[in-house]
Ligand binder design. Structure first.
Ligand code: FE
Length: 252
């Protein structure tokens, strides 16, 4: 266990680990980047492994939890460099299949990735994938913020890996843990979501899907995780959020 990782779930056969490797920091705001690993009976799924700059550190950290050759899937919630930038490095060092929206497959060559046959592309409505004794569900989250965007639900740990949904720009890396006081945390959520998320209608579509699942943790790709009562509070907040095209007149 190091400062850069936190075990979110562990029942002896199934484990979820959160990592926090960053390649940039700014003086007054800090966009911490989270990477995640799911391991069941020695097989791994890597979630949003991030940019090329953190590849070596993440590789070393992941290899303490799973044999790198046993990483079966690498899920990319969307196309951004802080999510997918290291795809070429992971392609060389694993035999994993890459799972992402069909919309972004052709763009991966710009990250130096050429093995298109290793991509399992997701159609807009998502998919369900058997993983060990359990399943992984790829829940559509389009325009939140990317036009082709998915979140990942792990049925065993009951964690939603939510990509940029729930991302917070915290004031210092020391804040980097779980949400304590939701009301206070809203100030770190609001600006990001207002600008980066598509619209209230799109937020509501995702919330209604997630509310049908049995969820213990929402784990975003930036900032802090939501546990226990904060899961419900966050979903209620997002359901009411005005964002993106709701502010058209401010943008044009
Ligand atoms: Fe993004």
């Amino acid at each position: 266990m190091t400062d850069n990782e936190k075990i979110l779930y562990d029942d002896g056969t199934h484990k979820c680990v959160m990592f926090g490797f960053d390649d940039e920091s700014h003086e007054d705001s800090f966009l911490s980047v989270n990477q995640y690993l799911i391991v069941q009976n020695g097989s791994g799924v890597l979630v949003d492994p991030g940019s090329e700059a953190i590849f070596d550190d993440l590789y070393e950290a992941v290899s303490r939890h799973v044999e790198i050759e046993n990483i079966k899937f690498i899920f990319l919630s969307h196309q951004d460099p802080d999510v997918s930038g290291s795809i070429a490095q992971w392609a060389i060092s694993t035999k994993a299949k890459f799972i992402m929206s069909a919309l972004w497959v052709r763009f991966m060559s710009h990250y130096g990735f050429m093995e298109m046959s290793r991509i399992m592309s997701l159609a807009d409505h998502g998919a369900k994938l058997k993983f060990g004794n359990d399943y992984l569900k790829f829940v559509p989250a389009h325009f939140l913020h990317s036009p082709g965007n998915f979140t990942l639900y792990d049925s065993r740990s009951k964690i939603v890996f939510s990509g940029d949904i729930g991302a917070a720009v915290v004031t210092s890396p020391e804040d980097y843990k779980h949400v304590d006081n939701f009301e206070k945390h809203v100030e770190f959520l609001h600006g990001f979501h207002k600008r980066y998320m598509g619209s209230n209608k799109l937020c509501r579509a995702w919330v209604s899907h997630v509310q049908k699942l049995d969820v213990d943790i929402i784990a975003p790709q930036h900032g802090l995780i939501f546990e226990e009562k904060n899961v419900k509070l966050f979903l209620e907040w997002l359901n009411e959020l005005q964002c993106g095209s709701d502010f058209m007149s401010e943008l044009y």
